[in-house]
Design a protein around this ligand. Structure first.
Ligand code: SAH
Length: 460
């Protein structure tokens, strides 16, 4: 099997320029719950077995508040509504001098208890709230209980099959703002986007080991912008056990995928698209499929093997991703898949110029909008790529089009498609509007966690 060998080093993202401080209006986008689809850029560093992760819990080992954060008048409503992010602009004053990572209580300006959370003096999110009653200490037992609840959900969903992969912890969706844990077979990949949880990695690892007994736990870097905003400088490293010495093979809806845990994008595999790949495959039978932005070939393999597509052309701008897709095609015996490393826009233009037609086009681009300020630009880019895709579709062809930009709403995305129908003079029938798979729960109190839209449509 020709899987590209992961290097024996883990990737760390290079430090870019300090991002502009977000305005209040767009901070929620800057702190999207899922650091997804940044095009990898980075340098490799030697494996690090130790390092500063602030093993203690600051001044609050008992989980009780070290200080009180007082809200400005009329700013408490979102937090009575259980939204977990308290921005600096909502804070009137701090009674006490909490260290970053310390437990703090949040009160209204006239002293009414609102919630309990963790302090970060250097982030726009000054407090992340984790409890809304004064009786809950944020101690080791409480973090363990939350992790237990998260794992119990995946058990309920039937996702703890040892050969499978799933998201074990989904940040706000599991009442653990700033923590993502993905399980790939016997390995766990952890992403931390909250400084206060970075200081609790040891107890988080202890709990995860007790709950799922992994062979290894790896720390993967969060998106660069996010890390900077939180003042987080966590290099990728092995937290527990040993890293795999090659790809980890996992099963997804009966298909096999090799996952590169140390060098791959995100934590290694786009788990959120698991059920959307299956939904696309259901409509792929006998069609010529274009899987654009294919990464490791998830949609391509599902359409070729489960969907019995006639042929699949998978395209990704990253040669490394293309190599992974080729290896996954081979692993599943999918001879009908061709993989190319090319720029999506150039390739779509070239296919159109050559008069090529497809029965299905999958578009799963990286995040086009990084903040609310860039939504208009992102929508223009979505329009352009979808217009090109629709032009390649034969009459009755299927468009599977995705957005993982949390700041682009479903309505905006569907409006963008309406524009494509108008300009392209085609009828676009929505068949399904889907989100991330069920192991990516979203809290109703923090809808910012709902970042993925996958529209399946027929184009006449
Ligand atoms: N569909 C994939 C996930 C895609 S993630 C899956 O199911 O696993 C987005 C991908 O877009 C990344 O692999 C990235 O390398 C690729 N990409 C980003 N910019 C691109 C461009 N301009 N042209 C082609 N691919 C690009």
């Amino acid at each position: 099997m020709d899987f590209p060998r992961p290097h024996r080093t883990l990737r760390v993202r290079t430090q870019g320029a300090v991002p502009r401080l977000p305005s209040k209006a767009d901070v929620n986008d800057e702190v999207e719950t899922d650091a997804r689809r940044s095009i990898p850029a980075g340098e490799s560093i030697a494996r690090d077995d130790g390092g500063p992760d602030g093993r203690g819990e600051g001044r609050t080992a008992d989980g009780l508040p070290a200080a009180t954060v007082v809200l400005k008048p009329k700013r408490a409503r979102p937090f009575f509504g259980r939204h977990p992010w308290v921005l600096d602009s909502a804070v009137l004053r701090v009674d006490g001098d909490p260290e970053s990572g310390a437990v703090v209580d949040l009160t209204t300006h006239d002293g009414l208890f609102v919630g309990r959370g963790l302090w970060n003096g250097s982030s726009r999110i000054r407090v992340r709230l984790y409890a809304f009653d004064a009786a809950t200490p944020l101690d080791t037992a409480e973090w363990r209980r939350r992790l237990e609840r998260a794992v119990a959900l995946r058990r309920t969903l039937g996702m703890l099959d040892p050969s499978g992969a799933c998201r074990l912890v989904n940040s706000e969706g599991d009442d653990l703002s700033g923590l993502i844990v993905d399980r790939y077979g016997a390995y766990l990949a952890v992403q931390v986007t909250a400084l206060a949880l970075a200081g609790r990695l040891e107890l988080i690892c202890d709990a995860l080991e007790a709950l799922v007994a992994p062979r290894g736990i790896l720390l993967r870097g969060a998106e660069r912008g996010l890390a900077k905003l939180e003042g987080l400088h966590l290099p990728d490293r092995v937290l527990r056990g040993a890293p795999p010495d090659g790809p980890v093979f996992v099963t997804e809806h009966g298909l096999r995928f090799g996952v590169d845990l140390t060098e791959g994008q995100k934590t290694g595999h786009y788990l959120d698209q698991r059920d959307n790949r299956q939904a696309a495959a259901r409509l792929a039978r006998g069609r010529r499929v274009l899987d654009m932005f294919s990464y490791s070939g998830g949609f391509a393999v599902a359409c070729a093997v489960a969907g019995t597509a006639r042929s699949v052309l998978a395209v990704d701008g990253s040669p490394r991703a293309a190599a992974l897709a080729r290896a996954n095609a081979e692993l599943n015996g999918a001879a009908s898949i061709t993989v190319e490393a090319a720029d999506a826009f150039e390739k779509l233009d070239a296919l159109a110029a050559a008069g090529e037609r497809f029965g299905m086009v999958v578009l799963d681009p990286p995040k086009f909008a990084r903040s609310r300020a860039s939504v208009d630009d992102a929508l223009r880019a979505y329009h352009r790529v979808n217009r090109l895709a629709v032009d390649l579709l034969e009459t009755g062809g299927i468009l599977v089009t995705c957005s993982c930009s949390g700041s682009v709403s479903r309505d905006d995305f569907l409006q963008m498609l309406a524009g494509v129908a108008q300009r392209g003079r085609r009828t676009i029938q929505i068949l399904e509007v889907r989100g991330a798979a069920a192991d990516h729960p979203v809290s109703v109190s923090c809808l910012e966690g709902e970042y993925l839209t996958c529209v399946i449509a027929r184009v006449i």
